[in-house]
Ligand binder design. Structure first.
Ligand code: GRF
Length: 208
């Protein structure tokens, strides 16, 4: 049985998708947050999952918060740490500590649009597609080896909220699959490439 620790900052719908997938040979050891009032914590606690939170504002700097977060995470002896809407930039020490065992979901088709406001930026750039990327985390923000990507169309009249909703539906399918692939030892990192991952397209029809 492999232990998974999931980090969230908000509603945690991706965390819920991973929990609901009931991945064989995996146990959700804890759901942790940098916000005590993250809605996803209550959802997990109601289902008997161990939860915890450390408020990043209680710490002098990023490194001090990350050190305590690592201590908290390591209590659960994780084989995999999953960032599911964890809205913190992580220190190099944190990334190094979990290297190869830390994955993130990002709401764009990386390497396009790292950082925030990805759907607004995709619209502004005139993109005809948007999507999400699941990747191993390295110290460089949103730049680690790509495990899986999902694509959705951007259609006439879309705004960032429509796109976010469309992308989120793909996230909820792709993220549990990527976690299962990791747990089953299917993912092999080879430089910047990952073998054994998944790609998903929401729709292959041509759209106006
Ligand atoms: C998702 O869009 C994810 O790609 C991004 O933050 C959002 C988290 O949503 N990193 P949720 O908390 O999983 O519902």
């Amino acid at each position: 049985m492999k232990n998974i620790v999931i980090l969230i900052s908000g509603r945690g719908s991706n965390m819920q998708a991973i929990v609901n997938a009931q991945i064989p040979n995996a146990r959700i050891a804890a759901v942790l947050s940098n916000k005590h009032d993250a809605a996803g914590l209550a959802w997990a606690a109601e289902r008997g999952i161990t939860t915890g939170a450390l408020n990043h504002k209680d710490f002098a700097d990023r490194e001090a918060f990350d050190r305590e977060m690592m201590k908290l995470i390591d209590r659960y002896q994780p084989d995999l740490v999953v960032l599911a809407g964890f809205m913190r930039i992580l220190s190099p020490a944190f990334c190094a500590h979990y290297e190869g065992h830390l994955i993130n979901i990002h709401p764009s088709l990386l390497p396009a649009f790292p950082g925030l406001h990805t759907h607004e930026r995709a619209l502004e750039a005139g993109c005809r597609i948007a999507g999400c990327t699941i990747h191993f985390v390295t110290a460089e923000l949103d730049c680690g080896p790509i495990i899986a990507q999902g694509v959705v169309p951007i259609i006439e009249g879309d705004n960032a909220d429509n796109i976010a909703e469309r992308v989120l539906a793909v996230e909820h399918q792709l993220f549990p699959q990527a976690v299962a692939d990791f747990i089953n030892g299917k993912l092999k990192v080879d430089g910047h490439r990952v073998h054994g991952g998944t790609s998903a397209a929401a729709d292959t029809q041509l759209l106006a």
